[in-house]
Design a protein around this ligand. Structure first.
Ligand code: DON
Length: 306
C-alpha cells in the first residue's frame, strides 16, 4: 500500500501525464448536447476514509453523470422496496452494449442487470410506483444531495430535452418491456424520469463525496446496510462497465460505474470513494482516459479488492 500522504502529488502527476494523451476517445455522439463537449478534459477527486479530499484537474467542472445515476436509483429502490426488484431484473453481466435489445427477446423481457439501459428502465419504473415523475426524480436527487452533503446538485434540462428528442432506443426498450408486462407505469413517464436522472450534473468532488455510502466510509452522511452496499458494489464490478466490465475489473480490480458523459465512480470498500471524469469514450462507451487513470490509481495505491 502506498503512503497516502503522497497521493496529492501522484494525482497532480497523473493530471499532467494524461493531458499528453494522444487519443482522448470520442464524446457520446447520440445525445446532441453531449456531442458538443471538448473531449480533452480531465478531473479526479478522491475522498479517503479519514475524510481527506484530494483532487487534481478540472474538479470544479460539472458534467452529466448519465448512467452513474443508475447506482443511485438502484440504491433508492433497495431502500424503499427491499429485494423485490430482483423478480424483474437479473444480476448477470450481459456482454452486450448498454443499449442492446437482443437478450430482452430471448429472456422474456427480464433485463440481465440494473445497469444496462433496459434494467435501469425497470429500476426507475419500480421507483416511480404510480407517482408523478418529479417525485421519483426528487427522491433520486435528494438521495444524491444527502449522500454528498451538498444541496447544490441539479439536472440539466437541456441535456434531458436533448435525450428526450433522440432517445429512440430507450423508447423501444421501454415499449418492449411493457409488451412482456415488465413495465408498470406509462412508458413516457418512465422515460421522462430516466432521461432526467441521467441529466443530473455533478463535479468529481460532489460525486466522490456522494459515493461514500457505497464505499462504506464511516463518515458517509447516508449509510447503506452492509448487505446492500456489498451487493451494489458487486454489481458495479461485474456489470458497471457493460461489455467492457471484464476489462475494467482486469485493469483496476475495483467496483466502478461509468456514464456516457465520461464519468466513473469507483468504490474502494472501506478505504475511499473516487470520481473521475474525462468525456472522450472508448469502444464500449466508457471514459477512455478515465479508465486509464483508474488503472494507474489502483496500481499506485494497491487498492484492488483482490
Ligand atoms: O440511456 C442512455 O443511453 C444514456 N442516458 C445513458 C447511457 C450511459 O451512460 C451508458 N454509459 N456508458
Amino acid at each position: 500500500m502506498a503512503d497516502l500522504d503522497t497521493l496529492p502529488a501522484f494525482l497532480e502527476t497523473l493530471d499532467t501525464e494524461v493531458r499528453d494523451a494522444a487519443d482522448w476517445g470520442e464524446v457520446a455522439g447520440y445525445i446532441p448536447e453531449l456531442a458538443r463537449i471538448d473531449p480533452a478534459q480531465f478531473a479526479i477527486s478522491v475522498v479517503l476514509a479519514d475524510g481527506r479530499l484530494m483532487r487534481a484537474g478540472q474538479y470544479a467542472q460539472r458534467f452529466s453523470i448519465q448512467s452513474i445515476s443508475k447506482v443511485f436509483s438502484l440504491a433508492c429502490v433497495l431502500a424503499r422496496f427491499g429485494e423485490s426488484i430482483w423478480h424483474r431484473v437479473g444480476r448477470e453481466p450481459s456482454g452486450d452494449r448498454f443499449d442492446s435489445i437482443l437478450l430482452l427477446e430471448q429472456e422474456h423481457g427480464r433485463p440481465r442487470n440494473p445497469f444496462i439501459n433496459a434494467g435501469a428502465l425497470v429500476t426507475t419504473d419500480e421507483l416511480l410506483a404510480g407517482r408523478a415523475p418529479k417525485e421519483a426524480l426528487s427522491e433520486i436527487i435528494d438521495f444524491i444531495r444527502t449522500s454528498a452533503g451538498d444541496s447544490d446538485i441539479h439536472f440539466d434540462a437541456e441535456v434531458a430535452a436533448s435525450e428526450t428528442e433522440t432517445g429512440h432506443r430507450n423508447r423501444a426498450l421501454a415499449h418492449y418491456l411493457l409488451s412482456f408486462d415488465n413495465l408498470r407505469n406509462p412508458p413516457e413517464l418512465v422515460l421522462g424520469t430516466y432521461f432526467h436522472q441521467c441529466a443530473i450534473e455533478m463535479t468529481t468532488d460532489q460525486l466522490a463525496l456522494a459515493g461514500r455510502g457505497i464505499a462504506g466510509l464511516a463518515d458517509a452522511p447516508l449509510k447503506l446496510s452492509e448487505v446492500k452496499r456489498r451487493r451494489i458494489a458487486a454489481l458495479m464490478l461485474t456489470c458497471g462497465h457493460y461489455d467492457g466490465s471484464g476489462d475494467f475489473a482486469f485493469r483496476t480490480g475495483l467496483p466502478g460505474k461509468s456514464g456516457v458523459g465520461g464519468g466513473i465512480l469507483l468504490a474502494v470498500p472501506g478505504r475511499a470513494s473516487v470520481a473521475i471524469w474525462s468525456p472522450g469514450l472508448n469502444a464500449w462507451g466508457n471514459s477512455r482516459v478515465g479508465t486509464e487513470a483508474a488503472e494507474r490509481l489502483a496500481r499506485f495505491t494497491g487498492w484492488s479488492v483482490f
